[in-house]
Design a protein around this ligand. Structure first.
Ligand SMILES: [Zn+2]
Length: 250
């Protein structure tokens, strides 16, 4: 069999490439939705010189390398974030394919992953989680529920409330300074995706990552105790990670 590539390997490569292509659409959402631009129609253009980009300029990851990170027409720097988002979604699709294959259940994760990436990057930049991404996550959760795989129905129903209600209480006590409405809706939607047990794991991982980041910022002198860092990106990371762990029963 030397020299031959197994179909399985090709499917892995395809999962990554497909994820990267979806990732380039996620880039469009990250840019356009907070700016209230039309994200359905309208060809991609350079934000600097407004030249409509050709297909060759829009190949995920590859175009960035060919163009050496600069707009072909005006030389403006292309943020490396675009490539990061494409690679991230490619890797998460690869992980979901490796973990769950091609099933109704995994379809839920193929919807959830780009929604999580989009809301993470939008929250990091604009401090807001647009509702539509939490809705997309809830739709993904419904698909996972219908599939009957992984978390049980009751665990998912409890999952919607088990963390969102305490979060809501924290938000009310702190008058919204410690917790935003977007975070509350996010953990409600992820509870449906993960079930209450893994949703707790998700929030734990997210809090851990967020604290490590916060402490790192303080050490570098870029933040102090009173600085606020958005929680959404870290929650999103926790949700994606615990989704790929799968059900731990405790
Ligand atoms: Zn340009």
């Amino acid at each position: 069999m030397r020299g031959l590539v197994s179909i399985h390997t090709i499917l892995y490569v395809f999962a990554f490439l497909y994820g990267a292509v979806v990732g380039s659409f996620v880039n469009v959402l990250i840019y356009r939705i907070p700016r209230k631009l039309n994200w359905v129609t309208g060809r991609s253009a350079c934000p600097e010189c407004a030249v409509t980009l050709k297909l060759i300029d829009l190949i995920p990851i590859v175009s960035y390398i060919i163009l050496r990170g600069k707009c072909r027409y005006c030389g403006a720097k292309i943020p490396f974030r675009y490539t990061i988002v494409e690679m991230l979604n490619g890797l998460l699709y690869l992980a979901a394919f490796h973990r769950y294959g091609l099933t109704l259940y995994s379809l839920g994760w193929y919807i959830a992953m780009p929604a999580l990436i989009a809301l993470a990057f939008i929250d990091a930049e604009h401090r807001i989680i647009p509702d539509r991404f939490n809705i997309a996550l809830a739709v993904a959760g419904l698909i996972m529920t219908i599939s009957g795989e992984e978390a049980e129905l009751m665990s998912r129903v409890i999952g919607i409330f088990a963390i969102s209600v305490p979060f809501l209480a924290i938000a009310m006590i702190s008058k919204g300074s410690a917790m935003g409405g977007g975070d509350i809706k996010l953990v409600a939607a992820s509870g449906l995706c993960l079930g209450w047990q893994m949703n707790i794991v998700a929030v734990f991982i997210g809090s851990l990552l967020g604290s490590v980041y916060g402490v790192a910022l303080m050490i570098m002198g870029k933040a102090d105790r009173k600085s606020q860092i958005p929680f959404g990106p870290w929650l999103a990371a926790g949700i994606a990670i615990s989704g790929m762990i799968g059900q731990l029963r405790f």
